[in-house]
Design a protein around this ligand. Sequence first.
Ligand SMILES: [Zn+2]
Length: 80
Amino acid sequence: MICCKECLDLLSDYLDGELDPQTSSSLEEHFQDCPPCIAFLNTFKTSTNLCRETIRKVEIPEVVQVKLKEFVTQNARKKG
Ligand SMILES: [Zn+2]
């Protein structure tokens, strides 16, 4: 049986699906008996998803990238 600390250490690998099946299942076993770790898991999941969503939103669309390059090139020409 793994302890809470180990559980938290493994959490990010667990969510990324990078743990071996045995470790995953001991982690899941721990979650069943440990409400604080479940709460942490949920918070972690939510914030990770939020992060990913934000990154996706901030990503610059290709059209904007092209316009931006044009703008920079034109400005550079004017100045140079
Ligand atoms: Zn725990």
